[in-house]
Design a protein around this ligand. Structure first.
Ligand code: ADP
Ligand code: MG
Length: 307
């Protein structure tokens, strides 16, 4: 920023006596922002100060005009502002509204961590969630969670267990909840559970199961998407799922699920498929945790997936 000011100052010093200069500066001193700034800072600025600040005032007016005309400015994404520095006028560059908005969206995106989630999650939005008869209750539950959680984020709040057939919008709703929470300043981790299970298995050989598992189980708000969609192994059930749910129950951390299966069917058709005699008991224990952590909501509706 010093370069532009310095070269402008040199130019002005060289041209001070010319008619062209007087014309330019005549415009600068007529500029309403400049006039207001000088009048607001009367007590700090005398004639000599203003005169010595000519290059800065000129820089301010020309950069502001460029910005208003949509031309490339000296500091793209920033807008000029007059300030007092060392008893003289200076130009400070502050982010424009658009820049601030872009930064806000970027930091919101960082608050949603997704593991193998479909892209639709990124743009899912509660206000665009179709409220047909059958889905309005799920939406209402989502809103209730968000307002209760945000009113007292340190307290325990039960999440939702959204179930229903393929394509009704379960994943979309989870994404929309996560995006709203991000907008309001809270971090969520969304995990496509079947893919995460594969990733866990693959991590055994590289010895970093626990690291990945720790990060997921400790996330402030966790959403396990599509649980029950694959065939679970004893190891995933006991060393991954049970570990996550046990921790979240003990720590009372909000946890969401989405599934094609109701809780009852999840227990029988997913968690108890193993032939081992201990399987029904293990399944029951996991279901106790799922029930503690979440409230079951059925989502009914047509398949909204294209083709
Ligand atoms: P599910 O997880 O229940 O199988 P998805 O959340 O993947 O269903 O939704 C299926 C499709 O419908 C996706 O393409 C998604 O973008 C779209 N969709 C779901 N809910 C909405 C909604 N409220 N508004 C617009 N599109 C939606
Ligand atoms: Mg889904």
């Amino acid at each position: 920023m010093d370069n532009i000011s310095e070269s402008m100052k040199q130019w002005m010093d060289r041209n001070k006596q010319t008619e062209h200069y007087r014309q330019l500066m005549g415009e600068v001193y007529k500029n309403p922002d400049v006039l207001k700034f000088i009048s607001d800072h009367k007590s700090e600025l005398d004639e000599a100060h203003i005169d010595r600040s000519a290059a800065k005032l000129y820089e301010y007016v020309t950069e502001k005009q460029k910005l208003e005309r949509g031309e490339t400015t000296f500091a793209p994404g920033y807008k000029p502002e007059l300030v007092i520095s060392n008893h003289l006028v200076d130009v400070a560059y502050t982010p424009t509204e658009e820049t601030l908005e872009r930064q806000r969206v970027k930091s919101e995106k960082r608050r949603v961590k997704s593991i193998s989630m479909p892209k639709l999650v990124q743009t899912a939005n509660l206000s665009e969630f179709d409220k047909d008869q059958n889905r309005v209750s799920a939406l209402r539950e989502a809103m209730t969670f968000i307002s209760n959680f945000e009113a007292s984020p340190k307290k325990y709040h039960q999440g939702l267990y959204l179930y229903g057939s393929f394509g009704v919008g379960k994943t979309y709703l989870l994404g929309a909840i996560a995006n709203q929470l991000a907008h309001d300043g809270f971090n969520t981790t969304l995990v496509h559970f079947p893919s995460f299970a594969v990733e866990m298995k693959n991590s055994i050989s590289t010895n970093n199961v626990s690291e990945k598992l720790e990060a997921v189980k400790r996330s402030k708000i966790l959403m396990l998407d599509d649980i029950g969609a694959d065939t679970v192994s004893d190891w995933i059930r006991d060393e991954v799922l049970a570990v996550i749910l046990e921790y979240r129950m003990q720590e009372e951390l909000p946890t969401f699920f989405s599934s094609n299966l109701s809780m009852e069917r999840l227990e029988k058709e997913y968690l108890t498929v193993s032939k081992k005699s201990e399987a029904p008991l293990k399944a029951k224990r996991i279901m106790q945790r799922v029930r503690f952590l979440s409230k079951q909501i059925e989502m009914i509706g047509e398949n909204r997936r294209p083709n």
